[in-house]
Design a protein around this ligand. Sequence first.
Ligand code: NAP
Length: 303
Amino acid sequence: MRAPIALVGIGKIARDQHVPALAASPDWALAATVSRHGRVEGVDAFERMVAFLAARPDVGAVSLALPPQPRFAHAEAALKAGRHVMLEKPPGQTLAEVHALERLARERGLTLYATWHSRMGKGVAAARDWLAGRAIRGGRITWMEDVRHWHPGQDWVFEPGGMGVFDPGINALSVLTAILPEPVHLIEADLDVPANRQTPIAARLLFTGGIAMELDWLFPGEPLWDIEIETDGGTLLLREGGNRLFVNGEEQEGSAEGEYPALYRRFAELVRAGECEVDLSPMVHVADALTLGRRRVVDRFDF
Ligand code: NAP
């Protein structure tokens, strides 16, 4: 029996990933949408969360595919109305607001699932297993893509709370924090902020353990989403955002499941088990970079 779920924020990622994943899900049936402009054909549509919550008490779970800035108010309203909540990444604008949501969910016996879709990349679990017990000698993360292609016209990424180039960069950090045998922390960061914007468009970071990270949002053509880790047993390379794994140059077999089908499967498991899953370690690194980073003003950016 597929449980009814509502999808909130019908924009780019909802259309690209959530709607197809839900259509194929053995666990969930898309029963309603909440979005001021977006709709999904044939699905009960609401423009406001409060109207949905009042009209559809039968829908016990909501998935928020909104930008981070409006996420807290929507999540809080859903939890207060007794619904289980799944959050797109990053789970909020600030760490404290996600802690508040987690407290609320736990007090009410509800599931809060802060998703990290890149952790469901096909090579990530095998990478974590291969690194377990090995000594890390250093690493290099290269996260470069074209913001105009991946976030066309989305000004929210450059507003406070939007995280700029860390909106994709947090995906790399979600993988890094999932695969390393021991945690690392940020030592220094350089942030390039366009003269007319609030958040970085490029950044260079250095972590303990000799792990360097380069992020660039003006990179044309095919994106580079690579994580390379040097160990006492050789080199591990994750390419394509965690979806292809190479060990000492040889490609390894990964899982068969796609990222978003895996997220919705996990959400169903958590709801059945009555558990929350909220790991903020990727967001701690971003918050640290924004706290510690040296800012350099660079050319204006317009879409
Ligand atoms: P988006 O298309 O700009 O926004 C999604 C929808 O949220 C919008 O269509 C809009 O729907 C609603 N919305 C936007 N701003 C709002 C506001 N201030 N208040 C209320 N509703 C608002 O963004 P997206 O690219 O789908 O990204 C959404 C989230 O998914 C982000 O956290 C992002 O990091 C994550 N994500 C994005 C991608 C990607 O490739 N773009 C990939 C993975 C994850 P209405 O106008 O109809 O209300």
